[in-house]
Unconditional design. Structure first.
Length: 472
């Protein structure tokens, strides 16, 4: 397991991720994706989109970020979308009370105080009121991670939705919220989509888009940020069929991460101890990050909670009429809700490898390599002329330009070939193509594969097809 700092440092110096507004000291909980980060992000979303919507029973949607304020009343977000917050009187630092206790549990586990950790975990799962968190913090003598002080305020609720105003008047009538999840955009469009796309239950609506949460604490790089993207799908089923579909989507979503190259031993399911107000079953897919296990996606069986709520608040019918079986019902919903940036971070951590290799001269050297799945890698291929003369740059540029019509490719002429390989390994490029003297004679180039480092000669004319075949 590599340190998170090492991975963050690579992400920064190779242009994957920058701190937002860095020149002004940064903006907490917000990140910018650089030239390589944005390619990775787009590839991730493209693969998710293909897996989720290139099928008979799921269609896509792109709803707006600002929605009618009634949406958040109906969904329960106005009253319930809050986290328990506690302040330390000495350091003035502010914490999410449940996270403070969870971190203390992790510390106990590190110190091998397993029984104490288990008991506290159990008690935390049973907390029903805000005062319950406070009582545990006092009972276990949990101190402030900054100052060590045990002087705490009461625990209060903090609503995570960002508020703003629609139009020029800043009064209570024009308050709107930046959506804290993409799901509600799907629910309110349920009828529009079903009728226009002529969908029949069971069917799903998928959406990728930004969501905003004014998190009390942000940390661990991209894991908990205030602005992030979600990739969500709501699957509408006949009441009673929800368990079967829940099991199906739980497994399907888990398997997707593995198909996209994630080490199966680094992901696991974790059932929710406490269910959200809308769910009857819920499970997280967790990844083993350098700081411990953390959720990357949630699968929730949401019953008919949302559609019933919107039916009530809007006065419109959200029923499905089954003309074949002469039946009508408000569908139940199974949701798959993943974070794009959290998954990106999991894929980045999973791909990061440092290894000893034997170079062309038989010497041992170390290399850093991002072992991304070929479909996720920000750059698919790099093209190098062996030397920058003797007709090699012209031949290399021709191949580079052919490839560029199909893939994201880089052209690099600087430094020894070994150094050029290392630069591409470090950003996870699966194929490096070298044009040399032989290319000018017989038209073949050397293709070197990133992980095995094996090389083979391929006809330059067939290189586009060669890479397409390898990407399958
Ligand atoms: P957590 O318990 O970590 O706050 P959650 O259970 O509230 O997360 P969901 O509401 O289920 O999360 O959101 C679905 C997905 O959206 C999560 O699995 C995660 O990948 C992503 N996500 C949620 N909050 C954030 C955030 N603050 N930053 C980045 N991604 C997030």
């Amino acid at each position: 397991m590599y340190k998170l700092e090492t991975i963050i440092s690579l992400a920064k110096h190779r242009g994957f991720v920058f701190q937002s507004s860095e020149v002004y000291g940064g903006l907490n909980g917000c990140w910018d994706y650089g030239p390589l980060g944005v390619e990775l992000l787009k590839n991730l979303k493209k693969e998710w989109w293909k897996a989720m919507t290139y099928r008979d029973d799921v269609v896509g949607l792109d709803a707006s970020i600002l929605m009618h304020p009634k949406v958040w009343e109906a969904s329960g977000h106005l009253t319930q979308f809050s986290d328990p917050m506690i302040d330390n009187k000495t350091s003035k630092a502010r914490y999410r009370a449940d996270n403070l206790i969870e971190e203390f549990i992790q510390k106990l586990r590190k110190k091998k105080k397993t029984d104490k950790a288990d008991t506290l975990e159990q008690k935390l799962a049973e907390v029903k009121e805000l005062s319950g968190y406070y009582d545990l913090i006092i009972e276990y003598g949990i101190g402030c991670p900054v100052s060590g002080s045990k002087e705490w305020t009461e625990v209060r609720n903090f609503n995570l939705m960002f508020k703003t105003f629609l139009g020029p008047l800043e009064d209570s009538k024009s308050v709107v919220y930046l959506r804290p999840e993409t799901a509600q955009g799907i629910f309110v469009n349920f009828k529009n989509v079903m009728e226009t796309a002529r969908m029949k239950v069971p069917f799903g609506i998928a959406q990728i888009g930004k969501a905003f949460r004014n998190e009390i604490n942000t940390k661990n790089f991209l894991f908990r940020t205030r602005e992030f993207e979600q990739m969500e799908m709501q699957f509408f089923v006949k009441p009673g069929d929800d368990t079967e579909w829940y099991d199906y989507w739980k497994q399907t979503r888990h398997d997707w991460y593995v198909t996209m190259g994630m080490n199966p031993e680094s992901i696991k399911f974790k059932d929710h101890d406490k269910l959200a107000h809308y769910a009857n079953r819920a499970v997280d897919i967790e990844y083993n990050f350098p700081f411990g296990w953390g959720e990357i996606e949630g699968i929730h069986s949401r019953t008919d909670f949302d559609l019933q709520a919107h039916q009530k608040f809007s006065g419109k019918k959200f029923e499905y009429v089954d003309t074949v079986n002469k039946d009508r019902f408000v569908p139940f919903v199974v949701e798959t809700s993943g974070g794009v940036s959290r998954s990106l971070m999991a894929f980045l951590c999973d791909a990061y490898t440092e290894e000893e290799i034997t170079n062309d001269k038989g010497k041992t050297e170390s290399r850093t390599v991002l072992k991304f799945h070929k479909k996720l890698a920000p750059v698919t291929a790099a093209v190098f002329p062996l030397v920058n003369k003797n007709g090699m740059p012209e031949a290399a540029r021709k191949i580079y330009e052919d490839l560029q019509k199909h893939f994201k490719v880089q052209y690099d002429t600087s430094g020894a070939i070994g150094r050029r390989y290392r630069r591409q390994d470090e950003i996870g490029t699966p194929f490096c193509l070298t044009v040399d003297g032989q290319t000018l004679e017989d038209g073949t180039v050397t293709v070197r594969e990133r992980d095995s480092m094996l090389q083979e000669r391929v006809n330059g004319e067939n290189i586009v097809k060669y890479i397409y075949d390898k990407m399958l």
